[in-house]
Write a protein that binds this ligand. Structure first.
Ligand code: ACO
Length: 335
């Protein structure tokens, strides 16, 4: 599915993210699983990941990231909250209204989007659609997951990968030519391969890693090419690709296939792991804070996840203001 660019554009004007403070190193997992630090580092690129305390919910992470993004946008006023998550706090209701309520928004549209690790790109497309249609002028888009809850405690193939975190952006109505305007979004899915990564009702995650790996590389490459082409760019024009962080080897393979060098690929999986729908906004927040993403960079966001699902979009990086009053929370810290 491809959405054409229509006015008004959805313009990125706020960004925030949080991580749980507890870092779990590979060595700590080796005490519980039949694995080694070397296997995890060489096969996945992960050295440590952040794991939230059992009492911390997806809404807790989402609300903390959202508060920071609203602060950076300069206004707490939004007309919709779209939350991408695979780990909602309840089967019903959705988690987004609880997040909105934490922010004092008790009269605002709020709903969840479920597209696993592509969830943030699907949520961006949904939010942009609300803005294009004139339904909302400012939308809060959050990606938050407690992915560490999904693997079985004794599963060495999935437990080292998945972790917790949240990131958020604010989109406002604006002009297609201004920095921050989202380009065309490309989305896709193939439910015939839903068996590759699945959490059955009441069960734990099952993953067919090698097959999933191949699909992730193929789909991320093709969807990136499409989004870049629809933006009117060439791959060599792209300053930064911000991929979903599933495995450092997947990101490296995507870079090789697209002839995009490591200096143009944003990677943070080494210290964060796979945080599901949070991974792209977390990577954006980290890269924006450390100067990897600069004003006017041509940026492509690209994701792949269970479903299977995939999606990508483009943006000329805006001149975002850091949050004026750093958000303090004893349970969370900024990346
Ligand atoms: N420690 C030691 N050995 C292990 C571990 C571990 N943690 N995990 C698996 N192994 C073993 C396997 O049992 C297997 O042993 P065998 O040869 O005796 O059977 C061997 O290592 C190789 O296993 P593979 O699964 O073939 O290893 P691979 O190199 O493919 O790496 C991995 C596995 C890391 C899971 C990789 O396939 C991968 O990253 N796949 C994609 C992950 C992904 O995209 N995930 C989700 C997408 S995002 C989302 O939607 C949530």
């Amino acid at each position: 599915m491809t959405s054409a660019r229509t006015a008004p554009a959805a313009v990125l004007c706020g960004l925030g993210a949080v991580l749980p403070p507890r870092a779990v190193a590979n060595e700590a997992l080796c005490a519980e699983l039949d694995t080694t630090d070397q296997w995890i580092r060489t096969r996945t690129g992960i050295r440590e990941r952040r794991i939230a305390d059992p009492s911390v919910s997806t809404a807790d992470l989402a609300a903390a990231a959202a508060a920071t993004a609203l602060e950076s946008s300069g206004s707490r006023d939004v007309h919709a909250v779209v939350l991408a998550t695979t780990t909602p706090d309840h089967l019903m209701p959705a988690t987004a209204p609880a997040v909105a309520a934490r922010l004092g928004l008790t009269d605002t549209a709020a709903f969840d989007v479920a597209a696993v690790c592509t969830g943030f790109v699907y949520a961006l497309a949904t939010a942009a659609g609300l803005i294009h249609a004139g339904t909302a002028r400012r939308v809060l888009v959050v990606g938050a997951d407690r992915m560490s809850r999904l693997p079985a405690a004794d599963d060495r193939t999935t437990r080292p990968l998945f972790a917790d975190g949240a990131g958020a952006v604010v989109l406002r109505s604006g002009d297609t030519n201004e920095p921050g305007a989202l380009g065309p979004v490309v989305l896709g899915s193939d439910g015939t391969r839903r068996d590759l990564l699945v959490v059955p009702h009441g069960g734990h995650m099952h993953m067919q890693g090698p097959d999933l790996f191949r699909h992730a590389v193929d789909r991320m490459c093709s969807v990136t090419r499409q989004a870049v082409q629809l933006a009117g760019w060439r791959l060599e024009d792209v300053d930064r690709i911000v991929p979903h962080q599933a495995n450092a080897r997947i990101t490296a393979a995507v870079g090789r296939h697209l002839a995009i060098g490591a200096d143009r690929l944003v990677q943070h999986i080494e210290t964060v792991g796979n945080t599901g729908a949070a991974s792209i906004p977390l990577a954006l927040a980290q890269a924006s804070a450390d100067g990897t993403l600069l004003h006017r960079h041509r940026v492509c966001l690209t994701a792949f996840g269970a479903g299977l699902t995939w999606g990508a979009t483009s943006v000329i990086w805006p001149d975002l203001k850091p949050a004026a009053h750093p958000h303090h929370d004893t349970a969370m810290e900024r990346p």
